[in-house]
Design a protein around this ligand. Structure first.
Ligand SMILES: NC(=O)c1ccc[n+]([C@@H]2O[C@H](COP(=O)([O-])OP(=O)(O)OC[C@H]3O[C@@H](n4cnc5c(N)ncnc54)[C@H](OP(=O)(O)O)[C@@H]3O)[C@@H](O)[C@H]2O)c1
Length: 257
């Protein structure tokens, strides 16, 4: 069924920045239908229940849970079919799912797992959904990247996170940035706005429970900040930044690749 709604899919939205972005978009406008992407349908349903319990009164845009594991092609294809059946188009894709792989596994496994989710998954999800994005009037593809993937910042002696090693994560986000550049070039002819987004250091589940505590103590941001910036992007308020050559930053402007 064709729809006048602005249809948004956020992957990895049962937690952290994705979850807060579902909330912020729904609070922003009744025009949105937001697919809360989750690799676990149970976690997705729980997240939606939490949203409705804690914020039911302020939710305007409609929300539904969509099972999508970005490393599983069958799951991605099924997600595409569900969006197509319900809306026949996708206006905004927020590729947010991501992992930091701990060094409890050997280095090669860590590298492979980081790339599998943070790079290969993003590419396959986007290219599978491309036909639905082409049907949108003003399509956006947003990749949640990281300043940790900036090659320029890696070599900047003043970068606050320079002491963190994290090669598998940094390399995967740098590769993701190249994917963004390729998709920006490839998709320009049909008017798609493609960008990498830096949410900055936030209190989320990305590094587990201990990491969450460390983030809280270390003054990491509330994930509502990047969620608000993502709403601005989706509403077209950051189109000038998207035209620039760099990662669109949560605080405005762009960061170097
Ligand atoms: N937090 C930060 O400081 C920070 C800084 C820069 C960039 N980022 C980026 O922000 C994005 C969101 O992370 P977050 O900080 O909000 O962490 P988070 O709370 O751990 O959220 C990550 C989400 O990704 C999901 N996910 C992982 N692998 C997946 C897969 N194969 N398929 C589908 N979903 C998958 C997780 O699902 P499960 O719950 O099932 O694991 C979870 O919902 C990531 O791309 C991350 O790299 C975060």
């Amino acid at each position: 069924m064709a729809s006048n709604k602005t249809v948004v899919l956020i992957t990895g939205a049962n937690s952290g920045i994705g979850y807060e972005t579902v909330l912020a978009l729904s609070e922003a406008s009744a025009e949105f239908h937001i697919f809360l992407g989750s690799r676990s349908i149970e976690k997705g349903q729980k997240a939606l229940e939490n949203l409705q319990l804690a914020h039911g009164g302020s939710l305007k845009g409609s929300i539904s849970v969509l099972q999508i594991d970005v490393t599983n092609q069958d799951s991605i294809q099924a997600a595409k079919e569900q969006i197509n059946t319900q809306f026949e188009k996708l206006d905004v894709l927020i590729n947010n799912a991501g992992v930091i792989v701990y060094q409890q596994v050997d280095k090669l496994t860590a590298l492979r797992q980081a790339f599998e989710t943070n790079v290969f998954g993003q590419m396959i999800v986007t290219e599978t959904l491309e036909p639905l994005l082409k049907k949108a009037i003003k399509p956006y593809i947003i990749y949640v990247s990281s300043e940790q993937g900036s090659i320029t910042k890696r070599l900047d002696p003043n970068f606050e996170h320079r002491a963190i090693r994290g090669e598998s994560y940094r390399m995967s986000k740098a590769a993701l940035n190249m994917l963004v550049a390729c998709h920006r070039y490839n998709y320009a002819e049909w008017g798609c706005r493609v960008l990498a987004f830096n949410p900055a250091w936030c209190v989320t589940n990305l590094t587990g429970e201990q990491g969450r505590e460390m983030r809280l103590k270390g003054g990491a941001r509330n994930p509502r900040e990047p969620a608000a910036a993502l709403v601005d992007i989706v509403l077209g308020r950051r189109d000038g930044d998207i035209e620039m050559n760099g990662m669109v930053d949560v605080d405005g402007g762009v960061l170097p690749w």
